[in-house]
Design a binder for this molecule. Structure first.
Ligand SMILES: Nc1ncnc2c1ncn2[C@@H]1O[C@H](COP(=O)(O)OP(=O)(O)OP(=O)(O)O)[C@@H](O)[C@H]1O
Ligand SMILES: [Mg+2]
Length: 258
């Protein structure tokens, strides 16, 4: 039996009259890559927002590592071990690449590296460790050659990978990626696939939101499909690909698009 890392139990999320998620139950096993797909507005990003404490579910609960996430603040959920990237890149544009990653690492530290002006020896040691670890992560993501460039001057593909490096710096158990390949060409998508597999090989569990079927089917162990806030399928990539409900909701539209 595989260990359940995240348990999304019967979650309904309403915004006024809009039901973004309707009775969604979804489990993520430790060590797997779960692809989450669905048409625009299906509720994919809302799943991330509920998991990371941006919104409290209207009904239902989320359990991580056997612990309820109810009432936890975003930073507490980060500390519990869930990290995410955003559909629209959110970096500190004036800070360098390595500094952006250090902000992620900072989320775990006792003393805040970023805010310290007069540094104690311990803070200095922590800052050095944080810088080294952040450089390692930039190398791991293949973007260390631009470590000292301001984030806003980085090529788009670098910015996307920098967001992942920053998320990894929080030392998560679960890494949630919201359309990390958006705007990538096929070669870049292939590279990203390889990176995601490399990340999993390091022991992380990955939840991947993706529009591109080719990306998600190749890289995922399992795929779940949302449509109008409901989960309509959940299974092995080949099963999901041939599921008539999925074809009707999504693949029929997108099959030849990429
Ligand atoms: N804060 C909010 N207030 C009101 N409605 C919201 C809010 N967040 C999401 N929604 C609505 O919930 C539904 C699901 O949105 P969500 O962003 O989760 O979809 P998605 O599957 O990520 O779509 P996309 O592929 O376009 O990113 C949409 O109808 C959206 O307009
Ligand atoms: Mg979205």
């Amino acid at each position: 039996m595989s260990e359940i890392l995240l348990d999304f139990n019967n979650v309904t999320m309403q915004f006024g009259g809009v039901t973004a998620l309707s009775e969604v139950t979804l489990q993520i096993s430790r060590g797997e890559i779960l692809g989450l797909i669905g048409p625009n507005g299906a509720g994919k990003t809302t799943c991330f927002n509920v998991m990371t404490g941006v919104y409290a579910p209207t009904i239902g609960s989320v359990t991580f590592n056997g612990q309820s996430l109810a009432g936890l603040k975003r930073f507490e959920i980060t500390k519990a071990g869930i990290a995410r990237t955003f559909q629209n890149i959110r970096l500190f544009s004036e800070m360098t690449a390595v500094e952006n990653v250090m902000v992620g690492a900072d989320a775990r530290k006792k003393s805040s590296v970023g805010g310290a002006i007069l540094r104690t020896p311990r803070q200095r040691r922590e800052e050095n460790e944080s810088r080294e670890r952040s450089m390692e992560l930039l190398k791991f993501m293949g973007i260390a050659d631009r470590a000292h460039n301001a984030a806003r001057n980085l090529p788009y593909g670098y910015q996307r990978r920098l967001e992942i490096a920053r998320a990894l710096a929080t030392e998560p158990q679960l890494l949630c990626l919201d359309e990390p390949a958006a705007g990538f060409n096929p070669a870049e998508k292939q590279e990203l696939n390889e990176l995601i597999l490399k990340i999993r090989a390091q022991g992380y569990t990955v939840l991947l939101i993706e529009h591109d079927m080719n990306v998600v089917m190749k890289v995922s162990d399992r795929v779940a499909v949302l449509d109008f806030g409901k989960k309509i399928a959940d299974g092995l990539p080949d099963q999901v690909r041939s599921n008539p409900d999925v074809i009707a909701a999504y693949l029929g539209v997108d099959d030849n698009a990429s």
